[in-house]
Design a protein around this ligand. Structure first.
Ligand code: BGP
Length: 480
């Protein structure tokens, strides 16, 4: 059997250290809609979602959950929950419609100013992510977007506009959401359906070039923040890594090693440069010249380039060694992952076929990060579970999401155990406040604490989990 002993079950926020924060997470393209309003320029997800065959239910983010028009109502929902933190992203094409500064679009600035001010007025602290997948289409068309080093100074100038406009009130900045996951989607979808600039064929080259330029963009934005803004604004800056946990498929040394390689090609690929200024050795040796390298100056700018790390974690899979197989394996890591063994899933499946519910995985990945990166400050920036969007199910049944409550309580109990063992976890954000546009799954999956009625006026309905979260956030009376 795998995992640690069942941890003590948490009941409320009182089980967490003083100052531990709770929030919900979102992303601009998944929530806002209004893609042609407010002077917003087109982004790569507009193009991709309109291309046949990319989004499973053929939906798009054109309207999404209409947050652009309903953000006041949504912020009121957060205030009702008494949740103290909200993570969202800024759409680059709302600030610079064609991707290029220095003159920012005043309507874009006004929109995010209004969100930030409304949050603060209701006692909700913003965590702001600069890049959550929505690259301006112009930059893709001009030079291949993340494929080219030309992106680095442009990202820096977008970041500068945001620090300058919002940094007086935003104290937590995140440069990128999930470089690993994004680089895969970006490459798989032909660099989001653009002018063929991504190239075809060797995914294992384009993926790593994309990641490389994102890492350099991160370093450049952090350097700018630290030299020009941080002292006056007194904020913190970090990055979000996505990391599943892996268990070996068998007891063989090869499968045990495959677990480590899966982490190398997912987590270490992004965090080793950020903490140590270099790629993990196993990537260098397996990928050869398909993996770009850092100059001395770039390595220095990457090293220690975060004040905290955000962790997005949902699931655990088995890792299987494939180092001797000539078949293309996951990112050329020589390993693949699967969600079940001999027909038995590693944990119950949620709505998404990739999401096995395995609460102990979060405990293991937190300890893995603690050990490998010398106990960094961690915010869990996403954790959540989904159900299928099945129009045949009556609303009152959909709202009874006891499995979501159980998911969060079980995962939180393991987070709590990790904290007691010394992991420096400072906060936990649920994905997500509302049902939303789930990238390639479109509107077919629902991750929200609130149900969004896409057919009737986008009405928000509290699921049982929203009521639970409100209760959970109320501190229990402490014994005298
Ligand atoms: C993460 C993304 C989120 C959210 C979540 C749910 O990888 O950062 O934006 O989408 O996954 O997964 P999905 O949308 O693939 O169903």
């Amino acid at each position: 059997s795998v995992g640690i002993e069942e941890p003590r079950q948490v009941r409320s926020r009182s089980d967490f250290p003083e100052g531990f924060i709770f929030g919900t997470s979102s992303a601009a393209y998944q929530y806002e809609g209004a893609v042609k309003e407010g002077g917003r320029g087109p982004c790569i997800w507009d193009s991709a979602s309109h291309m046949p065959g990319i989004i499973h239910d053929n939906s798009t983010g054109d309207v999404a959950n209409d947050h652009y028009h309903r953000y006041q109502e949504d912020i009121k929902l957060m205030a009702d929950l008494e949740v103290g933190n909200y993570r969202f992203s800024i759409a680059w094409p709302r600030i610079f419609p064609d991707g290029r500064g220095p003159v920012a679009n005043p309507e874009g600035i006004a929109f995010y100013n209004s969100i930030i001010d409304s949050l603060l007025a209701r006692g909700v602290e913003p965590f702001v992510c600069l890049s959550h997948y929505d690259l301006p289409q112009t930059l893709q068309d001009e030079f291949g977007g993340w494929r080219s080093p030309q992106i680095v100074p442009l990202f820096r100038s977008f970041a500068e506009a945001c620090f300058a406009a919002f940094g007086d009130r935003v104290k937590y900045w995140i440069t990128f959401n999930e470089i690993h996951n994004f680089a895969l989607k970006y490459t798989n979808f032909g660099c989001m359906a653009s002018s063929g600039l991504c190239g075809t064929g060797n995914i294992s080259t384009w993926v790593y070039t994309t990641g490389h330029h994102m890492l350099l963009s991160h370093a450049s934005a952090v350097e700018l923040y630290r030299t020009k803004f941080q002292a006056g604004q007194e904020g913190k800056i970090g990055i979000i890594a996505d990391a599943q946990w892996y268990e070996p498929y068998s007891d063989s040394p090869a499968d045990i090693e495959a677990v480590e390689r899966m982490q190398a090609f997912q987590l270490q690929w992004v965090l080793d440069p950020i903490y140590y200024g270099r790629y993990p050795e196993v990537l260098v040796s397996r990928l050869g010249d398909r993996l770009p390298s850092f100059s001395e100056r770039e390595a220095q700018s990457l090293k220690d380039s975060v004040d905290f790390v955000g962790l997005n974690h949902y699931t655990t899979h088995y890792a299987i060694d494939q180092s001797n197989s000539s078949a293309a394996s996951y990112m050329d890591s020589g390993a693949i992952s699967v969600g079940s063994k001999e027909g038995v899933p590693i944990g119950p499946l949620a709505g998404s076929t990739w999401l096995n519910i395995v609460p102990f995985g979060i405990h293991k990945i937190l300890n893995y990060i603690r050990i490998r990166y010398n106990n960094p400050i961690i915010y869990i920036t996403e954790n959540g579970v989904d159900e299928d969007n099945d129009p045949a199910t009556p609303l009152k049944v959909v709202l009874k999401d006891s499995y979501r409550i159980k998911y969060h309580l079980d995962y939180l109990s393991y987070v709590n155990a990790a904290i007691r063992e010394g992991c420096d976890v400072r906060g936990y954000f649920i994905w997500s406040l509302l049902d939303n546009f789930e990238w390639d799954d479109g509107l077919s999956k629902r991750f929200g604490l609130y149900y969004v009625d896409y057919v009737n006026n986008m009405t928000r309905h509290a699921k049982d989990s929203a009521k639970w979260f409100k209760e959970f956030l109320r501190p229990l009376p402490q014994p005298k």
